[in-house]
Design a protein around this ligand. Structure first.
Ligand code: HGY
Ligand code: MN
Ligand code: MN
Length: 402
């Protein structure tokens, strides 16, 4: 079962296969405006230029490559190039590479679009550097307040506004970009599937029907920083113990609400020394469920459970980002599914820029089977045949839409 990365038929995936490898975590760590991500942007610009596309970066850091004159009523296809820490090769890049490949095929066949077309690469889809997922599409569509975005910080305390300057983006101009939005007639994102839906159906492709409601919260536990050797067990106010109990509560709250998912994937102890009882511990909660109300009920349950976890410690739970349940336009999804021979429709538990844009412009998604069913991990996978089926599907849809 050759992968598209190893095979090189989808040449783009093999060209970027060495960019941003994470030797410690495994997989890839490609974070916004860090060297690997800059390298990926340069690769994209060079690739797009080779196809004769005009590349421009919008005022929120998203990169557009135009085939012909920019909008209005353009068909825009794309995804993202950034990754989670230690992520796989396909989440994001598959959609970008497939979009470029579909344009290249249409050009080679002498196809002349009757409508503007662009390949779009969104910035900071994973929120791995500044904490809020889909930041580029949220800014573009006005789904996040520009002041809130400007003040987000990375792990080193650098603000999004400061980092934007280093990337040549003027932070004063961040925010809803009506001119760019007006150019989009339809946005289509191809993405590797991140669960087992297509494995279970025995199908290579699906259209997306919906995305779970989801959000991120920071749970902070404070206690008394102190000496690991000189402090008796009975004298401690150790926030690490409070955090550990809270993490078990997170699991129990989600199990008590069938269908919901809650995860603590990141913790930080301050100051973080082996021989130091921490003064504070932050633990980030990701919670998801079918409805907004269900997520909020799970988080309310967690918030109640984590209070008074450990003597002398206090806890707070603060929302950092929120995305309501997304239902993709069913008529558009049905039309695309029919054009592709009646492929199935699937819901997903993963967030996407397409989900953010769906509130503003006609939007659809295509999923490509992932035979491991694993994602946000180096084990994420797609076979060469399924990737090629995805490119052919884009080719078919672009011929119909353009
Ligand atoms: O976190 C997510 O669901 C996505 O992959 N950004
Ligand atoms: Mn992802
Ligand atoms: Mn993704």
């Amino acid at each position: 079962m050759p992968s598209a990365v190893a095979h090189g038929m989808l040449a783009g995936l093999s060209e970027i296969a060495d960019i941003g490898r994470d030797r410690r975590a495994g997989g890839y760590s490609r974070h916004l405006w860090e060297p690997a991500e800059h390298e990926l942007r340069a690769w994209f610009a060079e690739r797009a230029a080779r196809l004769g596309l005009d590349v421009e970066v919008d005022r929120n850091g998203n990169t557009w490559a135009w085939w012909g004159a920019p909008g209005p009523d353009a068909v825009v296809i794309g995804s993202h190039l950034d990754s989670v820490p230690g992520g796989g090769a396909y989440d994001g890049p598959l959609g970008v590479v497939s979009a470029l490949e579909a344009v290249a095929r249409l050009q080679a066949a002498g196809f002349v679009p009757g409508r503007p077309c662009a390949v779009l690469v969104f910035a900071e889809e994973e929120g791995s550097r500044f904490g809020v997922a889909c930041l580029g599409s949220r800014l573009l569509s006005g789904a996040i307040d520009a002041d809130k975005a400007r003040s987000l910080t990375d792990r080193a305390g650098i603000t999004f506004a400061e980092a934007a300057v280093t990337a040549g983006i003027d932070p004063a101009h961040l925010g809803r970009d009506q001119e760019s939005l007006d150019r989009i007639g339809l946005f289509l994102e191809l993405h590797v599937e991140q669960g087992r839906g297509l494995i279970d159906l025995g199908e290579p492709l699906a259209v997306a029907s919906s995305i779970l409601a989801h959000g991120r919260w920071r749970m902070s536990f404070t206690g008394q920083g102190n000496h690991a050797g000189a402090t008796l067990m009975s004298d401690r106010s150790d926030p690490m113990v409070a955090a550990a109990r809270a993490i078990v509560d997170v699991q129990e709250a989600a199990l008590a609400s069938p269908g919901s998912r809650a995860t603590v994937g990141r913790i930080e102890a301050l100051p973080g020394g082996t021989n130091v009882i921490p003064s504070a511990v932050h633990a980030w909660l990701d919670a998801r469920a079918e409805t907004d109300d269900q997520v909020h009920a799970v988080v309310a349950d967690i918030s109640a459970r984590v209070q008074n976890q450990h003597a002398g410690c206090s806890a707070t739970v603060v929302e950092e980002s929120w995305t309501s349940t997304v239902t993709f336009d069913p008529d558009l999804a049905a039309r695309l599914a029919l054009a592709l021979g009646g492929i199935p429709a699937l819901p997903t538990g993963a967030g996407h820029d397409a989900g953010v844009l769906a509130a503003t412009v006609p939007t659809a998604m295509l999923f490509v089977r992932n035979p491991t069913g694993i994602s946000h991990s180096p084990e994420e996978f797609a076979t060469l045949d399924d990737c090629l089926a995805g490119v052919e599907a884009l080719d078919t849809l672009l011929r119909e839409l353009l």
